[in-house]
Ligand binder design. Structure first.
Ligand code: NAD
Length: 290
């Protein structure tokens, strides 16, 4: 990839720590080049202690925007002027847009998940889904699904530090949207089986299936699944988790987390550029199959 940086080139940032492993710079720079946009996307190793100064710097330099990843996602809102509804409900920001020095925080992870389903021709609006997880990825998916018009969400999480966050998510969804949400303990496997049985889709949004939990799943047997259930995983490393292998064996349609990753980037790109990311080109170049 060649890109000519000139005096006109503008900057889009990514602030997180650690961040050198991220595929976002490759994705966005490829899209800028494909569309002939004079921007460069660069990753900066910034943690919580330098966050306020970094945002001040963004304002001073009038940069168009930035992505935000951990550990800054749940902290950066303090230094911004406005939040999208989803970012406010999630308590997290992964995208900053600078409009004439007004900095707005958005969360595009949930939008990315919903768009990846749409791209695959899967329609969950008005239907019931079951989601495992109450962390960052799960909350974004649950909130966006509720805002977009999913009828019912059964959420399962183990009784760890994320359970309380799940309680808040359920309360927010029930108070602020028309969706009905309920939280259950992931250890209650009878309940999990029952809720999956009348769901259109089951989503894993926990880290189970990815290192250091690679090769693991909390689903005890294949009978939790039926052929017309759709099973998705936010994990994309490995491409096929134990959960997706099991679901495939049961005859389910499955989808890994690559689509969510691509479309969360596309949603941020659209917010900054006002243009659609060239999705089919990106899938080819980044070797994305889901
Ligand atoms: P997080 O730390 O915020 O949340 C972790 C979640 O996993 C919690 O719900 C926690 O209860 C659950 N969990 C952890 N260990 C568990 C275990 N042994 N058994 C059952 N549940 C367990 O993390 P996150 O940012 O929400 O990420 C979760 C997964 O989603 C990761 O694998 C991450 O790579 C993936 N992710 C994918 C995308 C994408 O674009 N595809 C985006 C964000 C995250």
């Amino acid at each position: 990839m060649t890109q000519k940086i000139t005096g006109h080139t503008e900057l889009i940032g990514l602030i997180a720590y650690p961040i050198r492993h991220s595929s976002s710079p490759e994705m966005h720079n490829e899209a800028f080049q494909k569309l002939g946009l004079d921007y460069a996307y660069l990753a900066f190793e910034v943690g919580n202690e330098d966050l306020e100064d970094t945002i001040k710097g963004f304002r001073a330099m009038k940069i168009r925007g930035s992505n935000v990843s951990m550990p800054n996602k749940t902290v950066v809102h303090k230094y911004l002027d406005k939040l999208s509804e989803a970012a406010e409900l999630c308590g997290a920001v992964n995208t900053i847009v600078n409009d004439n020095n007004v900095l707005t925080g958005h969360i595009t992870d949930g939008i990315g998940y919903m768009k990846s389903l749409e791209d695959a021709g899967i329609d969950i609006i008005g239907k019931k889904i079951t989601v495992a997880g109450a962390g960052g990825a799960a909350t974004a998916i649950e909130i966006q699904a509720a805002l977009d018009g999913v009828a019912e969400i059964s959420i399962f999480n183990r009784k760890d530090k994320f359970f309380e966050r799940g309680e808040k998510t359920v309360k927010d969804i029930n108070e602020r949207t028309k969706c009905k949400a309920t939280l259950y303990d992931l250890a209650d496997l009878d309940k999990l089986k029952k809720e999956i049985a009348d769901s259109y889709l089951f989503a894993n949004a926990t880290g189970v299936g990815m290192k250091p939990l690679e090769g693991q799943t909390y689903i005890p047997d294949i009978n939790f699944f039926r052929p017309d259930l759709i099973v998705t995983d936010t994990v994309y490393e490995p491409r096929e988790t134990e959960l997706l292998k099991m679901a495939k064996k049961a005859g389910c349609r499955t989808m890994n987390g690559l689509g969510m990753m691509l479309f969360q980037g596309a949603a941020a790109f659209k917010l900054w550029m006002g243009k659609d990311m060239p999705i089919e080109h990106m899938k080819k170049v980044l070797n994305i199959e889901y």
